[in-house]
Ligand binder design. Structure first.
Ligand code: SF4
Length: 471
């Protein structure tokens, strides 16, 4: 799943009696969404938010463990937080999320500054953990749950632009890709009660939000049948089958809440995405025509060692099916280069898969071995670092060329953009995305952030479409 920029929480209205909490989120969208759940739990327990880390009573770092450098970033951040603790010896520092879950007590031993270690399923316990620290102890809860989905918690929208919001629909992952630490840090797959999802979407719609993104590690395997760890549909009882809700059905339930609110989702798994999902996307104009469909590699041999449970041919069939049902639908991808045993031939197959699939963009990484994973236990990280770097820069070049070719085809076309920010270069220009998830920049004229704007595309780069509004 895509990594987001590190953000801190904004100041809400700060009461004088309440204590102050500062949160930083790292890694994927799920973590950012979790921070909003944490925010809600803490605000119910006497905390207000501050953007200013130096006035905080409690600082939480909500962490990622997907790559070694993600964890290194947290260790560097902790070094900086030493100054905060020097100025305020009562400051409580908590490390939450995937890195906390992976390292458990080791984190308390290695990083003396840390007071609280809490895994992704223990956020309801945070107020208690804070109290434990106030009583002079270190506090830890890294128990993984088979049921927890925080279903009824109404997230406190942090860093919100009031336009786009994440809605978490499930937690955990049962897939066990051999390179991935997520099944160990986020536990078994569980789906959230659809009624609580619809309620949250309804609330966002009433609050004026224009776009929601349904989030899960593997949204296509969403299956509600009353709660608890995932059971395959075929193993459900007749009664459970009759009341079950799958992802295509959930998508439809969400799409009809407000036909003017855009719906996105992430992340899809090539083995699980179904025709029903694609046909539901086609049926509703407000479901954005973009699918993030990580391939990870273009070589069937490597896909097998990655335990991705599909082949290169299967992936191509999915891409073909998406384009048959929705010719306008764009596809983006995650690619790992230099996985254990990857040869030049495998690498070339990744390149040809990218070229044939014409991804709108890709998140591209060098393989980073993670402790505890199947790959770390059973395989050898044998591709030299310089080869990984060279292959990474080759696929980045390939993607840039594909993106530019895709974008050039957009010149002269009119696209509908949800303006969500000012352009980085000028406050006179607005920036946003069209349905297909292209980044579009255009002169502000009379438009405002939050408007849907028809923009005719005049020129492009490999990353951006540039145009002007036609009304
Ligand atoms: S699908 Fe694979 S890569 Fe994605 S979270 Fe699950 S185990 Fe990790």
């Amino acid at each position: 799943m895509q990594e987001l920029e590190t953000l801190s929480s904004p100041a809400d209205i700060v009461s004088e009696t309440k204590r102050l909490l500062y949160i930083e989120s790292y890694g994927c969208a799920m973590n950012f969404s979790d921070s909003e759940i944490i925010g809600s739990i803490m605000s119910e327990n006497g905390f207000d938010y501050t953007q200013n880390e130096f006035e905080a009573d409690v600082v939480f770092l909500n962490t990622c463990a997907i790559r070694d450098n993600a964890e290194q970033k947290i260790r560097d951040r902790l070094k900086h937080l030493k100054n905060n603790k020097r100025k305020n010896s009562d400051l409580i520092i908590g490390v939450l999320g995937c890195m906390a879950e992976r390292l458990k007590t080791k984190l308390l031993e290695e990083e003396k500054l840390v007071d609280i270690v809490a895994g992704p399923d223990s956020y309801r316990d945070l107020p208690k953990l804070v109290a434990e620290v106030e009583n002079g102890n270190k506090a830890i809860n890294v128990l993984l749950s088979r049921e927890e989905t925080y279903a009824e918690i109404s997230p406190l929208r942090l860093n919100t632009n009031g336009i786009s919001a994440f809605v978490s629909i499930m937690r955990g992952c049962d897939n066990m890709c051999s390179f991935c630490v997520v099944p160990f840090t986020r536990g078994r797959e569980r789906s959230r009660d659809p009624q609580t999802i619809i309620q949250e979407v309804q609330t966002l719609s009433e609050a004026g939000y224009k776009e929601i993104t349904l989030l899960g590690q593997n949204v296509d395997s969403y299956l509600w049948f009353g709660g608890g760890p995932k059971i395959e549909y075929k193993h459900l009882t007749d009664e459970q089958k009759n009341s079950s809700v799958n992802f295509a059905q959930l998508l439809e339930m969400v799409a009809v809440v407000n036909p003017n609110m855009r719906v996105r989702f992430s992340t899809s798994h090539p083995k699980d995405i179904t025709d029903d999902v694609l046909l539901t996307m086609k049926k509703y104009d407000n479901i954005c025509k973009h699918i993030h469909l990580p391939a990870q590699s273009g070589s069937s041999r490597i896909l097998d060692t990655m335990n991705r449970t599909y082949t290169r041919e299967w992936y191509f069939d999915k891409v073909k099916r998406i384009r048959e049902i929705m010719p306008e639908c764009t596809i983006s991808c995650d690619i790992i280069v230099g996985f254990c045993g990857e040869t030049e031939e495998d690498h070339q197959e990744t390149i040809t898969l990218m070229q044939a699939s014409k991804f709108i963009f890709s998140y591209m990484y060098k393989y980073s071995e993670r402790p505890g994973t199947l790959a770390q236990k059973k395989m050898t990280d044998d591709v030299p670092e310089e080869v990984k770097s060279r292959r990474l820069s080759e696929i980045i070049d390939v993607q840039n060329k594909i993106s530019l070719e895709n974008n050039l085809k957009m010149v002269g076309k009119t696209v509908r953009v949800l303006a969500d920010s000012y352009s980085k270069k000028s406050k006179e220009d607005l920036c946003g995305r069209n349905d297909q998830n292209n980044m579009v920049v255009f002169p502000k004229a009379n438009h405002q952030i939050g408007d849907f704007v028809e923009v005719v595309i005049e020129k492009v780069s490999s990353t951006t479409l540039i145009g002007k509004s036609i009304v």
